[in-house]
Design a protein around this ligand. Structure first.
Ligand SMILES: Cc1ncc(COP(=O)(O)O)c(C=O)c1O
Length: 401
């Protein structure tokens, strides 16, 4: 349900943020528990969060880390990505998806996306793999919270089957996609390794944070070691086993990626309310679909998964050809009306580093070009009120009349 107006006489809404966090459950209680426990870094709360998250997505292992970027980096490292290797990534993503490949000295192959879903179709992945047989890995992105077509596509095979046929190991970038479901299965339950983000504006948050999930014991074991400096015993076990806290070995030059209990406390509280948070966002998405349907020149984000399968991290609208104003002007005028919007994304091929390193030209990315030039993401968050929704919809209607 969209939150109702406070009263009929409440003052008119003047601002709508792009996102607003609010505690929804036991955040304060669990943070206090951590503070009073005397143990602030990774410990009991992080372990509880991991177990609850693993149950929620139906995976054997869940490893809490301090960002999705860290999770993606750990996943690729554990899979053996290194110098000389090539990883397929979509151009329509946040730079983190690609940057972790470079951390390891490997190279990305940036590919186009479908202009309406902003994601890979199985056909796009198949074509890219055929053109680049040297690629051994691929990183599908579940854009905006809509699951990517991992299991089936229009002509049968989904991304996982295409990847298998082409000899590609898959690391799913599910930064936007918790809780999301595809064909009745949770995102995180079907891939080899899946990485989620709990950045502040995600459907559930820890402030900053991420989670890597996998059913593969060897990958989980490697990531567990590498997320804390390559140390062979985790800090909680060392300090809770009497007399041996100093006794550890270093088996690799690892990273500092563990999630502190303070953040895990927020995450566990949010996880307990994840379905409410998702439903809160879905109510806004449903309302936008109804109220914006008859505005000329506005394309709404397509939904091809089951109705409750979309995490609704983003609500990107698309301006049609012939719209009275362009996207940048629309964004500025929405800002003048006090409304926060964003663009997801200026694609990788238009970012200086990626463009220059791989000589990427826009004409090779017609789908991503079409999507990004006309795309504007509207505010969407659980707890957005009816007057706020009204202000966004009426402002759009006025600006596009
Ligand atoms: C598609 C995508 N992948 C990865 C990330 C990185 O997530 P984090 O900020 O948790 O590192 C983001 C960030 O929002 C993202 O949008």
């Amino acid at each position: 349900m969209v939150e109702p107006a406070v009263t009929d006489s409440s003052p008119p809404i003047r601002t709508v943020p792009f996102f607003r966090f609010r505690p929804v459950g036991r955040e304060a209680e669990l943070i206090l528990q951590v503070l009073e426990s005397g143990w602030l870094t990774t410990g009991r709360m992080a372990m509880e969060f991991e177990s609850a998250f693993a149950r929620a997505v139906g995976a054997r292992h869940a490893l809490a880390v301090n960002s999705c970027t860290a999770a993606l980096h750990l996943a690729l490292e554990a899979l053996g990505v290194g110098p000389g290797q090539r990883v397929l990534v979509p151009s329509m993503t946040f730079t983190a998806t690609a940057e972790v490949v470079r951390y390891l000295g490997a190279d990305v192959i940036v590919t186009d996306v479908d202009p309406t879903t902003r994601m890979w179709t199985p056909e796009i992945l198949d074509r890219a793999a055929a053109e680049h047989p040297e690629a051994r890995f691929c990183m599908p992105v579940h854009f905006g919270g809509h699951p990517a077509p991992m299991l089936t596509g229009p002509s049968g095979a989904g991304l996982l089957e295409v990847a298998e046929r082409r000899g590609l190991t898959v690391v799913e970038d599910a930064a936007h996609a918790f809780p999301a479901r595809l064909e009745g299965r949770a995102v995180g339950s079907f891939g080899r390794v899946t990485c989620f983000s709990f950045y502040a504006n995600k459907t559930i948050t820890t402030g900053e944070g991420g989670m890597l999930v996998t059913d593969d014991d060897a990958i989980a074991a490697r990531c567990r070691v590498m997320r804390v400096h390559g140390i062979d015993r985790d800090v909680w076990k060392r300090f809770t086993t009497p007399g041996t806290s100093w006794d550890y070995d270093v088996i690799a030059p690892g990273f500092k990626y563990n999630m502190p209990d303070l953040n895990a406390a927020i995450g566990l509280a949010q996880l307990e309310c994840a379905e409410d948070l998702r439903r809160g966002r879905k109510a806004i998405a449903d309302a936008y679909h109804v109220r914006l349907a008859d505005i000329d020149h506005v394309g709404l984000p397509p939904v091809t998964c089951e109705p409750d399968g979309h995490a609704w991290h983003l609500f990107p609208i698309t301006l049609a050809d012939g719209a009275p104003i362009d996207r940048n002007t629309l964004s500025q005028q929405m800002a003048s009306a006090g409304i926060g919007t964003s663009v997801h994304y200026r694609p990788l091929h238009r970012m200086t580093y990626w463009r220059d390193r791989y000589d990427l030209r826009p004409e090779r990315f017609p789908g991503a070009e079409m999507a990004w030039r006309r795309s504007l993401s509207l505010p969407i968050f659980s707890g957005m009120t009816e007057p706020e929704l009204d202000h966004v919809c009426s402002t759009l209607r006025r600006l596009l009349a």
